[in-house]
Design a protein around this ligand. Structure first.
Ligand code: NAI
Ligand code: MG
Length: 394
């Protein structure tokens, strides 16, 4: 019997392309696992009115480990149009299955490592005073609170009377008090101490384990005094549990500017949901973009690993596929780390690093080509050729 069972959820579009590539790598590295398929994504919304069917939730609850490709999601109105006619008017409404999964299993710790691989032509470079350039080594790991903040889902257009009354009790609401309901939209940013402590402890623990000197909290406490303020206050308390690991603090806006000035100065970063989303996409842009951006969503009981890219529908039908499987493969390496198979995880990352360093096999994104069927004529590798190259180094 295999030691682990992993719920494999390819999802939509290129999720179906890249997830099987990561399984080839996990097999080659000798990961003792079996894989059970989990339904997720757009077809299940259209045909069943639920993009994350209960049977998939049950599989995750049972096996606790998931690999996820990507899903397609669409705004509410478009989603309603595509729902099977016989399901209309039965109370179905579209929810993102990833957000649902994160909330259902309390996957509140999102880890997004952004590390440059030497030799990647997409790496950030900086001009030097003598007219040359230099390529700082980026090694940042963003810890994003995954279940609260501005993504908690508490929002209204035309808020109901009790909400308006509550808002009116705040002096800062005065300028908005007369705005007609249909012209007023409110999204609530909910932050709890418990969730702050969990994401902060996860970040500090990681920093200590992997030898980072400090943790940077990236918020905006001078303006968002209550919510960002709580994160900052909790950070000071949690830091006391980790002597020797420094605590730094940046504002999200300034961090976006420093990102392209001195990215090598930032290691472990911790942020609330939206700021973590912003910071992790921005850092990913310095190290290769969506083709390289991996992530883990981790709770007490269940963990799901996924590339941060979406389903890229415009490339879904291309055969052979052009997309870069590295983000998915690095996500699978994070799964290996999570279950304590650090040696195997390292072997996978080393193999990716070797292919990138050699520079012989590059997908279209690494060559800065516009995606399409003719990228192969311009020297791009197919998705599976990239995996083959990685396998050849294992
Ligand atoms: P996307 O991430 O799917 O694609 C944006 C562009 O990035 C692509 O057109 C392509 O040029 C590039 N790209 C993405 N993955 C790549 C890869 N592995 N290799 C090379 N290039 C890659 O984002 P988009 O187009 O905004 O959204 C498409 C669909 O995906 C939407 O329905 C959206 O809601 C959904 N989505 C799902 C996510 C998820 O499943 N976690 C995350 C982001 C978007
Ligand atoms: Mg994002």
């Amino acid at each position: 019997m295999a030691r682990y069972t992993v719920v494999s959820m390819p999802g939509d579009g290129i999720g179906k392309t890249v997830l099987p590539e990561s399984l080839r790598v996990l097999k080659a590295v000798g990961f003792d696992a079996k894989y059970v398929h989990g339904d997720i994504g757009w077809d299940f919304w259209c045909n069943e009115g639920n993009a994350l069917p209960d049977r998939t939730i049950e599989l995750l609850a049972q096996h606790k480990l998931g690999l996820f490709g990507a899903i397609t999601s669409k705004p509410k109105k478009e989603a309603d149009v595509e729902l099977r006619p016989e399901l209309h008017g039965k109370g179905y409404s579209y929810f993102s299955p990833i957000v649902t999964m994160r909330q259902r299993f309390g996957l509140d710790i999102c880890i997004r490592p952004c590390r440059s691989f030497p030799g990647n032509p997409l790496n950030f470079i900086r001009r030097t005073l003598d007219g040359g350039s230099e390529e700082p080594r980026v090694d940042s790991v963003i810890f994003r609170q995954n279940t609260e903040g501005l993504y908690c889902g508490v929002e209204w257009t035309n808020p109901p009377a009790p909400v308006r009354d509550a808002l009116a009790s705040h002096s800062k609401f005065k300028p908005f008090a007369q705005v007609p309901g249909p012209e007023l939209a409110i999204s609530v940013r909910v932050i709890t101490k418990h969730a702050c402590q969990r994401i902060l402890r996860a970040a500090f623990t990681y920093a200590r384990k992997f030898g980072y000197k400090g943790v940077t909290v990236c918020e905006k406490p001078n303006v968002l005094r209550e919510t960002s303020g709580m994160m900052e206050e909790e950070a000071k308390k949690v830091q006391k549990e980790f002597p020797g690991i420094a605590l730094w603090s940046t504002n999200i806006d300034a961090q976006m500017m420093w990102l392209t000035k001195n990215p090598e100065d930032y290691g472990v970063i911790v942020a609330s949901n939206l700021f973590g989303d912003v910071a992790s996409d921005a850092f990913a842009g310095l190290v290769g973009g969506l083709g390289f951006a991996c992530s883990g969503n981790i709770g007490d009981d269940v963990a799901v690993f996924e590339p941060t890219h979406g389903s890229a529908p415009k490339y879904e039908k291309l055969d052979p596929s052009i997309v870069n499987p590295i983000a998915m493969i690095l996500s699978a390496a994070m799964l290996l780390d999570h279950v304590g198979e650090a040696d195997k995880a390292k072997r996978v990352r080393d193999a990716v690093a070797a292919v990138v360093r050699e520079g012989k096999v590059r997908t279209y994104d690494m060559l800065r080509l516009t995606g399409g069927p003719d990228v192969f004529k311009k020297g791009a590798a197919t998705t599976s050729q990239m995996t083959d190259a990685i396998l050849s180094h294992l």
